[in-house]
Design a protein around this ligand. Structure first.
Ligand code: DX5
Ligand code: ZN
Length: 228
């Protein structure tokens, strides 16, 4: 089945920024598939994180794809710059622009994979008209802005619904989940149809981030193979 693949995407928001290169290499050893980079502007979300120079540095520090989650107003203003900086995947919020279709087209035209993210209060139906422009749908399972928050269970139903759409549309997009992902819920999320698991706290706030990433992957894979 298309997109049955499981990906672990450590979120560097929870890493120690004074040794970011080491942190990224550690999770690379832990068989991370993608590095998730949270960009926040203090407007779309009530927090400010990192931007283009950090993406450039990360690009030089790892071969893994960079999954750049733009929690910024009017993300289309910066899409090209982030791709030039080294983003392989760019995710924009449906709530952050009146021109989602244009923003997604810009991402692909710039040479990256395009994703749309939806907040907990946004129904998946907001994406019906752009499904053909999406490589990824990102279901937020916390209100974006901060790491270490509690998983909001409503995300599971959204993932199930997207999974059904995907069957209808021949598996054309990946389902990513972000926020409060940990060993306790990763199996259920994988069974619901999620492919890409973003995890910050449950990977970097442990004594052995590589082992934590490996464990999440194992639990997700087991859950999917048990289901078949
Ligand atoms: C939240 C960010 C997440 C965050 C997840 O706004 O989009 O990527 O880093 O952190 P955890 O895994 O700690 O919930
Ligand atoms: Zn994120």
């Amino acid at each position: 089945m298309a997109h049955a693949r499981i990906e672990i995407a450590p979120s560097i928001l929870a890493a120690n920024f004074s040794k970011l290169g080491d942190e990224v290499r550690a999770v690379e050893q832990g068989a991370a598939d993608v590095i998730h980079v949270d960009v926040m502007d203090g407007r779309f979300v009530p927090n400010i994180s990192i931007g283009i120079p950090v993406v450039v540095s990360l690009r030089n520090a790892t071969r893994l794809p960079l999954d750049v989650h733009l929690m910024i107003e009017r993300p289309e203003r910066y899409v090209e710059e982030f791709v030039r900086a080294g983003a392989n995947r760019v995710l924009v919020h449906e709530e952050a622009t009146p021109h989602l279709d244009r923003a997604l087209a810009m991402i692909r035209e710039s040479g990256a994979e395009a994703g749309a993210a939806i907040n907990p209060a946004t129904p998946v139906s907001m994406l019906t008209e752009v499904l053909d422009k999406l490589d990824t749908v990102l279901v937020m399972s916390v209100n974006p802005g901060f790491g270490g928050q509690k998983f909001i269970p409503g995300a599971l139903e959204k993932i199930r619904q997207l999974n059904q759409w995907r069957v209808r549309y021949n598996g054309a997009f990946r389902i990513e989940v972000d926020g409060g992902v940990e060993a306790e819920n990763v199996a259920e999320l994988a069974q619901a149809g999620a492919n890409t698991f973003v995890a910050g706290t449950s990977i970097f706030h442990t004594p052995d981030p590589a082992a934590a990433a490996r464990r999440l992957r194992k639990l997700a894979l087991e859950a999917v193979s048990q289901k078949v």
